[in-house]
Design a protein around this ligand. Structure first.
Ligand code: SRM
Ligand code: SF4
Length: 568
């Protein structure tokens, strides 16, 4: 790895240019120069290698099978049918023949080789989608409630989120010069970055927009959250602001923890950009640039206190945060199947297995969606739960789309489309993620097959239970908000975390550490049996575990649950 600190790499990069052009042109290796491996993240790409091939390549004295992941910046995950066809063609031409819907409503391509990286970036941009700031120490893809009902409130929510996403883009022209051959002009490398400055943020920064009663974005897992507040006519009047959510932690490191955000105040709609800018620049100036693992906004708040940070936001924006307005979240999952919007158009939410779309024997999902995109008169919406909404379908197109869904088995995202499977998420993990300690996406179907019979045995076959798997403690599938979570420790071994809720408002607790599949299933069998016998009417599994005293809130020093008084 590079001997330079990330802080130095950023400030020496001439606004994210570094030596990326030279690295891309170097034919001797499939990798980039070390510092460029950091810089390319800001352009929406990660250098990876196929970990399944690592040992074999080492034996053959070959360099690792370097390849690149590319992530789109698609606020709210809105993709037109024409764009879909282009993304699909990119995946099959340059990628590993799959599209991966992420937990933040982006598409990821995997397996792009260095030689084809630039042409792939150009193809993505030709679809009028960019990847700028999809990764790196900047504001990431903005999440927006994917509720397909398309009420006017949802349209307002999306418009605000898209506006904020644009507002927080870096000003550098490096992206356009490197990937799209934009001519360099005098001053390149010195573009003013009034929001980010030359060192950008201390760490990644995430923003989500939710609209009660649905918390599909898990708004409290974001550094900065906006909870839409509507008036009697159903129009958005403003937002409750939530500050300091985050999932990432390190095993056995008491200085790191997941955190649900604080609900810190209410703002009017027209104050959105000023307040968001004040929050981001406060984190820019107060965030910990000495220790990257403590550089997220959640630790800035914990270290300095919410009152201090709130005061700073008010001072910088010149806006006094009002008392938060009451709201209530019922659910943080997706609603599957057909729904009809207020305008009469139809929306179909499909469950995908850990967000992966590929053509597999018996489930040619990529081909099916290609056929649908060719005739769709609406749009696609990626959900923050790794699922897909085919939205805005006319009466006339509905029967054809319905028959395509059946023909291409798109209604069977998982082998057993049960309540458990539909709601479950798993992060990418192996073979592409360099940080994975255990399988996640590839393990999810097997684990579902093992857990479902246990639910069946206890009469819980269709009881909704929120399961999330992550291959390491970074928490990309937001496991710390799940009722049951497996967090990877080593190959085949996981920490079993229990007791989140189904609203994204309560963190779960470490129940058993570093256990294997047999032990996980035995533990869950016992607890689910007791839950089936002792639960109250409509009581969720996580709530039962707390009421029965089986678990308590986790012992982290700060925020673990959203205060009850905000739930009217
Ligand atoms: Fe993540 C790093 C995948 C959502 C917390 N995440 C990574 C990397 C890039 C691994 C790396 O740094 O080398 C993973 C690439 C895997 C691959 O091969 O594709 C990766 N993260 C993902 C995705 C694709 C998971 C998925 O299965 O969908 C999600 C992409 C979201 C997007 O479109 O932008 C993804 N990551 C998340 C989330 C969930 C969220 O944002 O709602 C989290 C927890 C929330 C948070 O940030 O606190 C998350 N990812 C992390 C962290 C821990 C950050 C921390 O505070 O410590 C890392 C590691 C890091 O940054 O050093 C990480
Ligand atoms: Fe990789 Fe860990 Fe994120 Fe999973 S949780 S994608 S293993 S960084």
């Amino acid at each position: 790895m590079s001997t330079h600190s990330v802080e130095d790499i950023k400030s020496d990069s001439r606004r994210l240019r570094g030596s990326l052009l030279q690295s891309l042109a170097n034919p001797v290796t499939g990798a980039l120069a070390e510092d460029d491996q950091t810089l390319i993240k800001y352009h929406g790409s990660y250098q990876q290698d196929d970990r399944d091939l690592r040992d074999e390549r080492r034996r053959q004295k070959l360099e690792p099978a370097y390849q690149f992941m590319i992530r789109t910046r698609t606020p709210g995950g809105v993709i037109s049918p024409g764009q879909w066809l282009k993304l699909d063609a990119i995946a099959t031409t340059y990628g590993n023949h799959s599209l991966r819907v992420t937990t933040r409503q982006a598409i990821q391509f995997h397996g792009v080789i260095k030689r084809e990286l630039k042409v792939t970036m150009q193809a993505i941009n030709a679809a009028m989608i960019d990847t700028l700031a999809a990764c790196g120490d900047v504001n990431r893809n903005v999440q927006v409630a994917a509720n397909p009902l398309l009420s006017s409130a949802h349209a307002m929510l999306y418009a605000d989120a898209a506006r904020l996403s644009e507002h927080l883009l870096p000003n550098t022209r490096a992206y356009y010069e490197i990937w799209l051959d934009e001519e360099r002009v005098g001053g390149s490398g010195e573009e003013p970055e009034p929001i980010y400055g030359e060192r950008y943020l201390p760490r990644k920064f995430k923003i989500g927009f939710a609209l009660p009663p649905l918390n599909d974005v898990d708004v409290f897992a974001n550094d900065l959250g906006f909870v839409g507040i509507t008036d009697a006519q159903g129009e958005i009047v403003g937002y409750n602001l939530s500050l300091g959510g985050g999932m990432g932690a390190s095993h056995g490191d008491a200085e790191t923890w997941p955190r649900v955000a604080d609900v810190a105040g209410f703002i009017h709609r027209d104050q959105l950009l000023d307040v968001a800018t004040a929050v981001v620049t406060t984190q820019r100036d107060y965030g910990n640039r000495e220790q990257r693992k403590r550089a997220r906004f959640k630790y800035t708040i914990d270290d300095r206190g919410l009152d201090c940070i709130r005061g700073e936001i008010e001072r910088r924006s010149g806006i006094a945060l009002q008392t938060p307005r009451p709201f209530r979240f019922d659910h943080n999952g997706d609603r599957f199947g057909w729904t009809q919007g207020q305008d009469g158009r139809w929306h179909l939410t499909l469950s995908l297995s850990a967000g992966r779309l590929a053509d597999r024997p018996g489930t040619p999902h990529l081909s099916g969606l290609r056929e649908i995109a060719r005739i769709l008169d609406g749009e696609f919406r990626l959900t923050p739960n790794q699922n897909l909404v085919i939205a805005g379908i006319s009466d006339a197109r509905k029967p054809t789309i319905e028959s395509l869904v059946q023909r291409y088995r798109l209604d069977t995202g998982n082998a057993a489309p049960t309540a458990l499977a539909r709601a479950a998420m798993a992060c990418v993990a192996l073979p592409t993620c360099a940080l994975a300690m255990a399988e996640a996406e590839r393990y999810l179907p097997d684990f579902l097959d093992l857990l479902q019979p246990i639910l069946q045995k206890h009469g819980l076959a269709e009881t909704p239970i929120l399961l999330r798997i992550s291959g390491c403690p970074n928490g990309c599938s937001r496991p710390y908000l799940a009722e049951i979570a497996l967090v990877g420790k080593a190959p085949g071994r996981y920490n079993l975390m229990l007791g989140g809720d189904q609203r994204g408002q309560r963190l779960n607790t470490l129940y058993r550490e570093n256990i294997d599949e047999t032990e996980i299933l035995r533990t869950l069998d016992t607890l689910l049996g007791r839950y089936a016998r002792e639960r109250e009417e409509n009581e969720d599994f996580g709530d039962y575990l707390h009421r029965s005293g089986e678990i308590e809130l986790p012992p982290y020093p700060t925020h673990r649950v959203i205060p009850v008084e905000l739930r009217p």
